[in-house]
Design a protein around this ligand. Structure first.
Ligand code: ZN
Length: 242
């Protein structure tokens, strides 16, 4: 069965900034979706902020195995009830891949429980992403590093909880470093934060960036879970009564 992916995108910069529209004529979500549609085991839909319920109605969320999330200037416009819906789905086992400025999204901050703040600079830095977990499924077919000639700089300290795994770290022209690929589990759900993807650079056309995202989709896909958990008081002697 295919992994059902929903690429969620704020989709605002492309409508107002010609530079972004030139790089992503159909939006960043379509660049990501177009690539993922070439993977035979992945079924892709997209959803954007300005659709009803941000494109994340109950059936869409319930039928999503892995969600991608890109937002930047309109995090505050995402309705809390939709955040709650996505949050519940993550705890229930849906994978979530949070991209670039999604570090400040309501859903990521809620799942992390920290400010998720960081240092940044828009100055055409060269970014080198180094693999710190060779053999991890998320960096399958990736060399020991790859280079993005121009990107926005994100620098430490990045105010996130200690990751379960740090799969990639970046260095920048300015000398800063950043934990660029980090994993978490919340409930039954797997979460991957992946740094590249500033809207004025063509990072979502880069083959290594796309490969990491493809790998992360497979890694974050739900694993079989029990139909229900049993909670609450369990009287002593329950074994014998069976
Ligand atoms: Zn950015």
């Amino acid at each position: 069965m295919s992994i059902r992916v929903t690429v969620w995108h704020e989709y605002r910069h492309e409508k107002t900034n010609p530079k972004v529209a030139e790089i992503y004529p159909k939006g960043m979500h379509e660049a990501l979706a177009t690539y993922l549609r070439t993977c035979r085991d992945i079924a892709v839909r997209t959803a954007t902020l300005d659709e009803a319920e941000h494109g994340l109605g109950e059936s869409v969320v319930n039928e999503t195995d892995v969600m991608l999330w890109w937002g930047h200037i309109a995090h505050g416009e995402v309705k809390d009830e939709i955040v709650q819906r996505v949050h519940d789905r993550v705890l229930g086992g849906m994978g979530l891949i949070v991209l670039h400025s999604g570090h400040f999204s309501k859903i990521f901050k809620r799942l992390m429980g920290t400010t998720c703040n960081l240092k940044w600079r828009e100055a055409n830095d060269r970014e080198i992403l180094w693999v710190t977990r060779p053999g991890h499924p998320i960096v399958r077919d990736i060399d020991d590093h790859f280079i993005l000639p121009q990107e926005e700089m994100y620098g430490e300290y990045f105010d996130i909880p200690d990751p379960m795994e740090t799969v990639l770290i970046s260095s920048f022209t300015g000398g800063e470093v950043f934990r660029s690929g980090v994993t978490y589990e919340r409930g039954a759900g797997r979460i991957f934060y992946f740094r590249p993807g500033h809207e004025t650079y063509p990072s979502y056309h880069d083959k290594n960036v796309l490969k990491v995202i493809e790998n992360a989709v497979r890694w974050a896909a739900p694993t079989p879970q029990p139909a229900a958990h049993t909670f609450g008081n369990r009287p002593t002697g329950w074994v014998d009564k069976k």
